[in-house]
Design a protein around this ligand. Structure first.
Ligand SMILES: *Cc1c(COP(=O)(O)O)cnc(C)c1O
Length: 389
């Protein structure tokens, strides 16, 4: 049996994989089992922030691996403390809870918002407001937070106490806050899985203001948009807003599983002993990788992200076969005339790996993708979009 056949036989059928078996990678290039090379424009869905087998990241990870790979949270370790301080220093947040994934980072955010509001406003203040077309994860609670019905079917009952309102409609959000006892408001600055759709600045500012006026924890899901992806450390930093809770994961560990929930002033002491936990949370190897990622998200690197973003927008926005380009930084959605799946397939045949989001081609390259790889990928995508249109 080939690896593809073995996987199809024994791995639960939750993923529709491309017929490619990847065996190695370096930088923004990967090689499949047949020796074919690809430029990677997906970075494992925004995870491999500095590409594959990056020397600096590998050195940080392997150094820690050779010392201690896990201790449980009964003891202190340097990488965990260092990463928490680094994240707080760079954001102004006060405390961090570490977990292993985006869904878990959101679970923690929701628990903090619920406890804050229960203690302050009473046990009936538990409703969490999120946006339609959002994506917050696959656990039963983060599915409840996810404002897309098709993910909910056949998994009922989900965690109760979630309400979804349309994005960019501040009147609807106000109505909702008046009608329910709202414990928290959670949103993505750019709806990633929803089609790479940025929220309006006016809406974000008004939502932030409303949440603060009503003493409702304002939560931003930075699982996909975070860690330099948007051209800022966190995407909310592109706007004059101040969330109380920020959840992140994906790019943080550069390829190792880690989630983080950043807690601002208002909620910094909500979690006490025994209120939350995770066996793997704050794992020293994952944290060592994350420290090396976050330390490299300098102003120069973020400026490079913006330049590459501009390059992609400029190259694609009026290209034949392209209807529109949306997104922020190196998180970009391309609406092609031809179906996105067909364009992605054509790109793959020509040696470029892209993602889709809803009916768009989605690009999430490594933040340090070399310009020549990026040019090749963009030219390939342009040609495919034009030919298939
Ligand atoms: C991917 C994603 C999640 C879920 O992250 P997992 O690590 O798969 O649990 C949550 N929110 C957003 C915005 C995401 O893009």
């Amino acid at each position: 049996m080939s690896i593809i056949e073995t996987d199809q036989e024994y791995v639960a059928g939750t993923y529709k994989r491309f017929p490619v078996e990847i065996v190695s990678g370096k930088g923004s290039r990967v090689v499949d089992v047949n020796g074919k090379s690809y430029v990677d424009m997906g970075s494992g869905i925004g995870v491999t922030a500095f590409g594959f087998a990056d020397e600096e990241w590998m050195a940080a990870v392997t150094a820690q691996l050779g010392k201690v790979q896990h201790t449980s949270n009964l003891y202190y370790t340097e990488p965990c403390a260092k990463l928490a301080k680094l994240l707080c220093d760079k954001t102004g947040m006060k405390k961090v809870f570490f977990s292993n994934s985006g869904a878990e980072a959101n679970e923690c955010a929701i628990k903090v918002a619920r406890k804050y509001s229960a203690e302050k406003k009473g046990m009936d203040c538990y409703t969490i407001v999120t946006l339609r077309n959002s994506f917050h994860g696959r656990t039963l609670t983060t599915l409840a937070a996810t404002g897309q019905e098709h993910f909910h079917q056949l998994f009922q009952p989900l965690t109760p106490g979630f309400v979804h309102v349309p994005a960019n409609d501040i009147a609807e959000l106000k109505k909702c806050v008046d009608e329910f006892h709202v414990a928290g408001i959670l949103m993505e600055v750019v709806q990633g899985e929803g089609g790479v759709l940025p929220l309006n600045k006016e809406y974000l500012v008004a939502a932030d203001q409303l949440a603060h006026e009503r003493d409702i924890p304002f939560m931003i899901d930075e699982v996909q948009t975070g860690n330099g992806r948007s051209g800022k450390l966190y995407s909310y930093m592109n706007y004059p807003i101040q969330p109380d809770i920020v959840s992140t994961a994906k790019g943080l560990g550069g390829g190792l599983p880690i989630g983080a929930t950043l807690l601002g002033q208002k909620v910094q002491n909500v979690l006490g002993f025994g209120d939350h936990g995770s066996t793997y949370g704050g794992n020293p190897v994952c944290c060592a990788g994350a420290v090396s990622v976050v330390e490299r998200l300098t102003e120069e690197l973020l400026a490079e992200v913006k330049q590459k973003s501009d390059y992609i927008f400029t190259a694609l926005k009026d290209a034949p076969g392209v209807e529109s380009v949306s997104g922020l930084g190196l998180m970009i959605g391309v609406k092609t005339v031809a179906p996105a799946g067909d364009v992605v397939k054509a790109c793959m045949e020509r040696g470029v790996l892209c993602l889709t989001a809803k009916n768009k081609v989605r690009l999430l390259p490594a933040l340090n993708i070399p310009m020549e790889d990026l040019k090749f990928a963009v030219e390939t995508l342009k040609a495919a979009a034009e030919e298939l249109a």
